[in-house]
Design a protein around this ligand. Sequence first.
Ligand code: GLU
Ligand code: ZN
Length: 337
Amino acid sequence: MNNPVRVRYAPSPTGYPHVGNIRTALFNWLFARHCGGSFILRIEDTDVTRKVEGAVAAILDSLRWLGLDWDEGPQVEGKYGPYFQSQRLELYREAAERLISQGNAYYCYCSPQRLEEMRAEQVRHKQPPGYDRHCRNLSREEQSQKEAEGITPVVRFKTPLAGQIKFNDLIRGEVVFENNTIDDFVLLKSDGYPTYHLASVVDDHLMEITHVLRAEEWLSSTPRHLLLYHAFGFEPPQFAHLPMLLGTDRAKLSKRHGAVSITEYCEQGYLPQAMVNFLALLGWSLDDRTEILSRQELIKNFSLERVSRTAAIFNRDKLDWMNGVYIRSLTADEFFE
Ligand code: GLU
Ligand code: ZN
């Protein structure tokens, strides 16, 4: 495992970049710069219904504002491109077809109405939610009949019915999931777009990503990803799930806590170096005491070993204090600018 480190920040352009997303970008960037590796930017724009106009530009601008330069990605390009998932649809289709021919995936013809009734039924019987595998064993004749009816199927993964998925998260240690708690999730939607699960596994493999550093909310997706890696016969990357961000009231960070989009901080005149310093300490610390760290000091000292498992608190007062420290350290010329 002496491959050069390759990490990615993989935002979905479904809105303006949230401070939590940018914290993820920063940790990936610091890890890459610390290890002398590559930081890749990949735009996960496969959810056509949630796409927001201007979101990609806001993501690129925010990264630039903070000085988080990417080695490969939009505008920079690189040999693993394109870096927009919407330009890689053929790769996902091929991958899904390969899983079907190997017997690891199948076509599902269920209508939205049927799935809705199924869900209602599950709620009524207090059963766990999830697809009931109705199409998992359709015969060829049944499939042809559905095709003849003009139904465009989705492709679902044939999740093993028993067994476990175990992995060593670089922050949380051993994590175990029972396969029987995972349903036959969708890989390819009927519009031909992949789901997040399929696209991220295919791309992390093709882009030779070595470490996936992402927010804790994705932890429950990781067993699905590992099942896919196994089915494809790809070697999985290492995973590290970053602690959640909470407001000072310990509730999940949201609009109620003030500005959550990074662009607002830029517009309000916060200094990028203060923002970088502040974000770096949301879940990472040098020694539990040092608060002011330059970009170079952060790069030099960043390590996953010192990322905490417990949630980080986003404290606006601390940000204001830190911004003040940085502003006072500016020369008159810098301040004027
Ligand atoms: N597109 C996902 C997001 O918006 C990426 C999650 C991941 O890093 O795998 O956060
Ligand atoms: Zn079905």
